[in-house]
Design a protein around this ligand. Structure first.
Ligand code: SAM
Length: 270
């Protein structure tokens, strides 16, 4: 079983994922539309979480299509109960996927959590039908910085948190700088038409997007303290920062990388 930091069993996880979806779905949907996802497609949504993209895909592909949504913990996906949406409990680190099947395989904020991402990505590529698209969206903390001009004490506090969170990711096998990786990896896996594009937001404390981070920080607070990366006494002020409208930061970059399985690839060549 994977050592996943942001377990879906956490009592405020549905709310955290809803905020994440409201924030990032518009960009994800732009990529999915541009790749041509449409009527009759067979799609795989890996690590589907709260399920908003799985639900969007199911509506988009219609009754002639099919969506398989997987997750380590399928509690939110199962609640969707949509026609032509199949939900499967699946650990991308160990469990196989149907091979050569899907016109689209998508994962957002999933691969970055995996200690052993190479076999996971290979499984996702193997699941593609010839001509099918892989779209992987991952965080890269290169841009995760306080905005110029904010209170220096707030900036210091924020940086204490971002450093601690990055260390916790590394200690659990996750990579807070994964965004830059998929572009090269997709080429090594034999995909073509590879490209990548990042998006970055400015975030103000007290907004719905900031609340996603307040909830994330709250979920990992005990682990940050237990690991010795932060003092318990610092946590209340850090959590308050995410609700402070005078504090602004530049968010981590979200890199979308995509590539296509060659249509004329010989069977069994991978
Ligand atoms: C940060 S959430 C993102 C959820 C969703 N993809 C989104 O962007 O809204 C990561 C999801 O990946 C799932 N996950 C983590 N490790 C996994 C693994 N090894 N196999 C399958 N799913 C995994 C988690 O349970 C969680 O639902």
């Amino acid at each position: 079983m994977a050592d996943y930091l942001l377990d879906n069993a956490w009592h405020e996880q549905r709310q955290r994922l809803a905020g994440l979806e409201a924030w990032f779905d518009p960009g994800t949907i732009r990529h999915l539309e541009r790749l041509g996802v449409g009527d009759g497609w067979r799609c795989l949504e890996v690590g589907g979480g709260g399920g908003s993209i799985a639900a969007w895909l199911a509506a988009r592909v219609g009754p002639r299509g099919h969506v398989l949504a997987t997750d380590l913990d399928t509690r939110f996906l199962e609640a969707l109960d949509l026609p032509h949406l199949e939900v499967r409990r699946h650990d991308l680190l160990v469990d196989d996927l149907p091979s050569g099947t899907f016109n689209l395989v998508h994962a957002r904020f999933v691969l970055e959590h995996l200690a052993d991402r190479a076999p996971a990505l290979r499984r996702m590529v193997d699941a593609l039908a010839p001509g099918g698209w892989l779209l992987a969206e991952e965080t890269d903390s290169v841009s995760w910085l306080p905005a110029p001009g904010v209170d220096p004490e707030h900036a210091r506090r924020f940086t204490r948190f971002t450093d601690a969170f990055t260390r916790l990711c590394a200690a659990s096998g996750a990579d807070a700088f994964a965004g830059r990786r998929a572009y090269g990896e997709l080429g090594a896996l034999g995909l073509d038409a590879i490209d990548a594009e990042g998006r970055v937001f400015m975030v103000r404390g007290g907004t719905p997007n900031a609340e996603v981070w307040r909830l994330t920080a709250a979920q990992v607070a005990d682990r940050l303290v237990a690991a010795g990366y932060l003092d318990a006494a610092e946590m209340p002020a850090i959590l308050a920062l995410f609700r402070d409208p005078t504090f602004v930061w530049m968010e981590a970059l979200v890199m979308a990388a995509w590539g296509r399985r060659p249509a004329d690839e010989g069977a069994g060549s991978r």
